[in-house]
Structure formats: structure tokens, C-alpha cells
Design a protein around this ligand. Structure first.
Ligand SMILES: Nc1ncnc2c1ncn2[C@@H]1O[C@H](COP(=O)(O)OP(=O)(O)OP(=O)(O)O)[C@@H](O)[C@H]1O
Ligand SMILES: [Mg+2]
Length: 293
């Protein structure tokens, strides 16, 4: 947060308790638990004056908050958490609280996880409304160009062959996309929670427009951290790709291609934020490259 937004980010962090108190007054909330540590977003549970369990999510009021609000409005509770109130000016979202809220990472059967994620994807994918302001997957991919700018044409800590592969994949896949939809953009184990309206619902949509196949990439670089210790990761990746292909009617090589390209983009985001998490995504990308489809 402070890395990305500098002095403005630090100032926002200082103002955070007052922003939360203001949301509490405005939306008549009683906070019922501890909030998360304010890294990117602050998430705190509460109840409304009618006793409805809610979550207040507050993030630095940048474009991303507006895209999340727009994506939640677009999905209108279908496959995702419901948005009850929002104020993009202060970066605040009031959401229905998902109960029990157990993340999908609690399931150890990765085949089962992949089936659940594929069925959520089917519910989410609809064309973007006219006049929308969501970024496109091309906009996201352009971010990777900053890697070579930062390292004078090199790739810094990231393996050069992998970065080259990702650049080639983006230039092949971006212009040949199928009909575009509003993608969640970060559909992985920690952003899918056990709920009551449906067994599983997604939270934290980024809202990005691209072909459906793009969406499969996020799962294939997760669960964050845990993949590093999984035995035979290439085999797991091949199985996950096989399930997506069969249930969603998508081409296996195209799933792999997007997943590798996005893993490298995601590794660059880690490098940009000075976060060693890039090792996690590079491991996933290398296992994807080595997977026997
Ligand atoms: N509506 C909700 N109901 C229950 N739990 C929630 C809800 N929204 C978020 N959470 C919990 O808070 C966590 C973080 O929320 P979210 O994914 O929206 O933010 P984030 O941007 O990923 O934040 P961070 O970067 O701090 O993880 C979720 O993984 C989930 O455990
Ligand atoms: Mg999240």
C-alpha cells in the first residue's frame, strides 16, 4: 500500500480509523470483530441495525476500488458476494458477510477445487455492459513491459527464458481471443468462500474484460505458497487443465498459454512491490511449461 501510493498511501492509512468510523455511522453498523491488518484492504465484520451480518471492506480509493464496485454491481450477487453499499470516494464497500466464510483452500482435494471453480466461472461470465470502464486484458498485459524498462532490457530476478515465453504468448493470445466477458480476474482459493445462498461464492473481483479462457490462469498459480511444497506439481497442473478443458470446453494449450503468461505478469507485480512471492509464481509457471497435457 504505502509502497504503491507513497505519501498519499501513508496519509490514507493514518485516516483509516476515521474512515471506518464514518462508514459505521453512515450505514448504522456495529463492528463485531477484529479487522484484517491493513495491507491492501482492510476487512472488518459487523452487523447492520437490522442484525444482518456484513463486512466492511476499505481500500485506498484508486481505480481498482471502482472496478471492484462495478464488477460486483454487474454480477449482482450471481456467483459472488452481494454489494450492499459503496462509496468509491473513500474506497469503502459494504458487503453481505459470507458464512461460514471458509476459504476454498481448506479443501485438500484439488480436483474437487477445480470443479467448484469451473462451475463458478460459468455463472460469472457475461458480456460487459455498454459504456463500461473496466480495463481489458491487453491493459493488464502491457504492465509487463515495465519489467524490461526497470532492468535496462533485462528481466531482473525472473528467468529470461520464461519472460520471453510469456511475451510470445501474450502476443499470440491477445489478438486471437473469443467473445469477451467481464472476468473476475483473480479467481483463486482465498477469494472463494463457503456461503449459505450457494455452497461457494467469490469475493474480491478485479473486473477485467477478456475471453473466458483467461480466467483459468489465476487458479493455476495458487494456492499461494502451498504449491511450492506439492509433490509432482506438473502432474497436478495437467490434471487441473484437463478438468477445466472438459468442463468449460476450452483448449488445453490455450489454458496453459494464458496461465504461463499471467504467472509471469503476476511475478512482475511481485517484483514491482518488492515482494519475494515471485518465486511462488515462477514455480507454478515452470510446472505448467513442463506439464504433460
Ligand atoms: N463478504 C465477506 N464475507 C466473509 N469474509 C470475507 C468477505 N470479504 C472478504 N472476506 C475475507 O477477507 C479476506 C480479504 O478480502 P478480499 O479478498 O476481498 O480482499 P484482498 O484485497 O484480497 O485483501 P488482502 O490483500 O488483505 O488479502 C478474504 O479472503 C476473506 O477471508
Ligand atoms: Mg483477496
Amino acid at each position: 500500500m504505502t509502497y504503491n501510493y507513497g505519501d498519499a498511501g501513508r496519509e490514507w492509512l493514518r485516516a483509516l480509523p476515521e474512515i471506518i468510523a464514518e462508514c459505521g455511522r453512515r450505514w448504522s453498523l456495529t463492528f463485531t470483530g477484529e479487522g484484517s491488518a491493513p495491507s491492501w484492504n482492510y476487512v472488518v465484520p459487523g452487523v447492520t441495525s437490522e442484525g444482518e451480518p456484513v463486512v466492511l471492506k476499505v481500500g485506498y480509493p484508486a481505480h481498482e476500488v471502482q472496478h471492484e464496485i462495478d464488477a460486483l454491481a454487474h454480477y449482482d450477487g450471481r456467483g459472488v458476494v452481494r454489494l450492499l453499499e459503496a462509496d468509491p470516494g473513500i474506497g469503502a464497500l459494504l458487503l453481505e458477510r459470507l458464512l461460514p466464510g471458509t476459504p476454498l483452500s481448506s479443501i485438500s482435494d484439488e480436483d474437487g477445487v477445480t470443479v467448484i471453480v469451473a462451475s463458478l466461472m460459468r455463472e460469472l461470465w457475461r458480456p460487459a455492459p455498454a459504456g463500461h470502464t473496466f480495463p481489458s486484458v491487453e491493459d493488464w498485459a502491457r504492465g509487463l513491459m515495465k519489467l524490461r524498462q526497470k532492468f535496462d532490457g533485462g528481466t531482473g530476478p525472473l528467468p529470461a527464458d520464461l519472460v520471453e515465453r510469456a511475451e510470445g504468448l501474450f502476443s499470440e493470445l491477445l489478438p486471437s481471443q473469443a467473445d469477451r466477458v467481464v472476468l473476475h480476474g483473480d479467481l483463486h482459493h482465498e477469494n472463494i468462500l463457503g456461503a449459505q445462498r450457494a455452497p461457494w461464492l467469490a469475493v474480491d473481483p478485479k473486473g477485467v474484460v477478456g475471453e473466458p479462457c483467461y480466467e483459468t490462469g489465476a487458479l493455476l498459480r495458487n494456492p499461494w505458497g502451498k504449491v511450492l511444497s506439492w509433490p509432482d506439481l506438473p502432474r497436478v497442473q495437467a490434471r487441473r487443465i484437463g478438468i477445466f478443458s472438459e468442463l468449460l470446453g476450452l483448449d488445453r494449450e490455450r489454458i496453459r498459454g494464458w496461465a504461463v503468461a499471467q504467472a509471469v505478469l503476476s511475478a512482475w507485480w511481485c517484483v514491482e512491490e518488492d515482494d519475494s512471492g515471485w518465486k511462488n509464481v515462477v514455480t507454478c509457471a515452470e510446472a505448467l511449461v513442463g506439464a504433460d497435457l
